[in-house]
Design a protein around this ligand. Structure first.
Ligand code: NAD
Length: 276
């Protein structure tokens, strides 16, 4: 049986290492026959070992569907345009685009939201939100009718999740961006959706306090467990492929049902039992 992505081409951003959500999705896309261009965070000019590039290259090497690897810092328009140019050159048209990028300066992420600095706010919003607009704009003429854009969001943009702070504000803006882009690109037949993942151990996740959240999700989510990288790969592939044709402007929660709870549920029973 042909793979879900047989004959499909697209761009994958946001792979940092093996634990990255983008890699969990990319691995699945590649195994289903997809052809992908990849981006990596540029290395500092004095880093002779080129660690960022090297880590991603090591992951994609050996995958015949991996067509190119290009440096991209989304705060630089020239980088975004260069990536769009490489997509045109090497892939022609695009069937999918994965945006899996977020950042807030650690000193701002640690602050109470009320004390977020202007510069920290601007940086976090530019990298975590505007980058989706920038990438969609730079590639919109390459995206085929039926193409799918997918970004990664978190529940901390819908409700206050203490500790998520300025990133929660960014995710709220990202969720709104998904809906506005879905409207803008709808007439072209291009879909835009977000996958709202529960906590996963990744570099960014650890910076945003994932370790503490894992126990909470296990105790509160209807499924009584955390989600896995494999599951994020499966849901990502659903939203990036024709399997979700007709779905746009949507935020799909992949969190074991955590967001459906209006009380701590079974966790409350455990607290009651502990109190005797
Ligand atoms: P990750 O650290 O592996 O990925 C984040 C990526 O953002 C990295 O590849 C990094 O290079 C990239 N990035 C940061 N600044 C950039 C810039 N200026 N230009 C280009 N790229 C830049 O961590 P992850 O958990 O896989 O994060 C991917 C996405 O998933 C993020 O949007 C994150 O908020 C979201 N998410 C993560 C979790 C979780 O628990 N890990 C849960 C829900 C949503």
């Amino acid at each position: 049986m042909p793979g879900l992505f047989e004959g499909k081409k697209g761009l994958i951003t946001g792979v940092f290492n093996k634990q990255s959500i983008a890699w969990a999705i990319a691995e699945r896309v590649l195994s289903e026959g997809g052809v992908c261009g990849f981006t990596h965070m540029p290395d500092k000019p004095d880093d002779e070992r080129k660690k960022n590039e090297g880590r991603v290259r090591k992951l994609i090497d050996g995958h015949s569907g991996a067509k190119f690897l290009e440096p991209m810092d989304v705060t630089l328009d020239g980088h975004v345009d260069a990536v769009a140019g490489r997509c045109k050159e090497e892939l022609g048209e695009l069937d999918f685009l994965l945006h899996s990028i977020a950042f807030a300066p650690p000193e701002d992420l640690k602050k109470d939201t009320v004390d977020t600095s202007r510069e920290g706010f601007k940086t976090a919003m530019a990298i975590s939100v505007h980058s989706l607009m920038a990438l969609a704009s730079a590639t919109k003429d390459l995206l085929k009718p039926g193409a799918s854009i997918l970004t990664l969001t978190y529940y901390g943009g819908e409700k206050c999740v203490p500790g998520y702070n300025v990133m929660g504000v960014c995710k709220a803006a990202l969720d709104a961006t998904v809906k506005y882009l879905a409207y803008d690109l709808g007439p072209r037949g291009v879909r835009v959706n977000a996958l709202s993942a529960g906590p996963l151990q990744t570099i960014s996740g650890r910076g945003a306090g994932v370790d503490e959240m894992l126990g909470l999700y296990e105790a509160m989510a209807p499924l009584g467990r955390n989600i896995t990288h494999e599951e994020v790969g499966k849901s990502g592939v659903y939203l990036l492929s024709d399997m979700s044709s007709g779905v746009t402007g949507e935020i799909l929660h992949l969190d074991g049902g955590y967001n459906a709870m209006g009380s701590p549920g079974r966790m409350l029973e455990k607290i009651k039992a502990a109190r005797g």
